[in-house]
Design a protein around this ligand. Sequence first.
Ligand SMILES: [Zn+2]
Length: 149
Amino acid sequence: MTKEEKGTGGEAKLSAPAVKKKKSAAGKKPVKKTVKKQKKKPEYRDIGIDVSPPKRACNDPNCPFHGRLSVRGQIFEGRVERNKMEGTAVIEVERLHYVKKFERYERRYKKFSAHVPPCMKIKAGDEVKIMECRPLSKTVSFVVVEVKE
Ligand SMILES: [Zn+2]
């Protein structure tokens, strides 16, 4: 009794998905083409702030994501003004200064020299986020941590 029941049950189970498979296979044919191979993401360090990590990897020791450079202190958002030095860019940061007499704000700018790790691809005009780090040279104590797209 039990064997027969199991057998019939098994048959029913087998037959049911078989029918479904045919249907699904026919329906999924165009869908299968769109399935992409997922690329392995490069490993990076958690630098402690909420930024999107770089898509590429690098082996720069002064990279906060792939090297040993720790970032702390101030964070600014600015625009790449010049990117002609090797591994360093000039970032212009805008801020608003209140003028009491006129009860209005005026724009003030400051330029920072910031280290650019090789994993960050930047060009003049890009919006970037820079964060303070230890002094890397006489004038550089910031590093680019995010390039906005
Ligand atoms: Zn890097």
